[in-house]
Design a protein. Structure first.
Length: 328
């Protein structure tokens, strides 16, 4: 006799539309649409910054508190790249502007990934399996990395202007939508789909997930799981660099603390979504972005604490987050 088939849990998928619908009666539709697009764009940038950390933790069981350093590195690399491509960025052409931004993203991903490779070999490799040591040594690595950034680029804030064609807005449904926000949404969706396909539809994703569950068995089959894990760490730090580029260009100013300032919000995102869940990270990042924009508009005094309140509410409802890894 076979057991009853478990019913699909649709509740986490309803959170985003419910929050958006509940906010609609409190404001005019054009305002709601503007805030919704802005919240989705902010969420996508949060996802880009947080996805690398949730990937590293979910597949490698590594708590990397130096993750913010790779965000900072990506932002500063973007300053250098866009500075050299100022002609493309200032051109009155969307295509040339996108080429300049894409070059900054690509170079930042490569540099952050290369530094992440060295970081894994020199520091992380020594503390596998010990969360306490991982926390201590990566916090130290974060401090050192911030000082190295100051040595290379200086302590003063640096301007990083948006490409010319991405500074403006267009009208849709009576709402003003920033062009750059739409680029952030498109890039976030593209990276999420790529991560989902790689982890769930490719041999590499299968081997990595199998290595997390039973490393000895995978190695007995002739696969070098350590190399796969190094690749995961490099991918995670490269994603942090991409997030740093998008956030830095959005802010139009870069400081040595830009990554450190986002660390708490990134941890809120991955806790709400479910530790190690890429799908959860994606959904929770958008949820945090929408909540911050709706609350900031309706009650600015509550905006600073709304993310903590959201995390508490979600954990009281689902203690393991919206999308626990065990259920995927």
């Amino acid at each position: 006799m076979t057991g009853a088939k478990a019913r699909p849990d649709w509740a986490p998928y309803l959170v985003l539309p419910v929050v958006a619908v509940l906010a609609l009666p409190a404001m005019a539709f054009p305002t709601w649409l503007t805030l919704t697009v802005a919240g989705a764009a902010m969420g996508m940038m949060l996802f880009l910054m947080a996805s690398g950390l949730t990937l590293i933790f979910g597949l490698m069981d590594v708590l990397n508190f130096a993750h913010g350093a790779f965000i900072t590195l990506g932002a500063y690399v973007a300053v250098s790249v866009l500075g050299r491509l100022a002609g493309l960025g200032a051109a009155d052409s969307v295509m040339l502007n996108l080429i300049a931004l894409a070059a900054a993203v690509l170079v930042a991903a490569c540099v952050s990934g290369a530094v992440g490779w060295a970081f894994e070999r020199v520091i992380i490799r020594r503390v596998y399996g010990s969360h306490l040591q991982q926390i201590l040594i990566t916090v130290g690595g974060l401090i050192v990395a911030q000082q190295l950034v100051i040595v290379l680029w200086g302590p003063q804030p640096l301007q990083i202007p948006k490409p010319a064609a991405l500074r403006g807005s267009f009208i849709a449904g009576g709402a003003a939508i920033e062009a750059y926000r739409m680029v952030a949404v498109a890039l976030g969706l593209l990276i999420f789909l790529a991560m989902h396909l790689v982890l769930n539809r490719t041999r590499i994703g299968l081997l990595v997930r199998a290595g997390v569950e039973n490393r000895e068995m995978v190695e007995a089959l002739g696969y070098r799981i350590r190399r796969l894990f190094v690749g995961v760490f490099v991918a995670g730090t490269a994603l942090a660099g991409i997030g740093g580029v998008m956030w830095g260009v959005y802010q139009e100013i870069v400081t040595p603390a830009i990554g450190d300032e986002m660390t708490i919000l990134i941890f809120i995102v991955i806790i709400i979504g479910g530790l190690g869940s890429v799908t959860g990270c994606f959904a929770s990042a958008i949820l945090v972005g929408l909540t911050a924009n709706y609350v900031g508009y309706l009650s600015p005094k509550l905006a600073l604490g709304c993310n903590i309140a959201l995390m508490v509410a979600v954990l009281l409802w689902r203690p393991r987050g919206l999308f626990p890894v065990a259920k995927q």
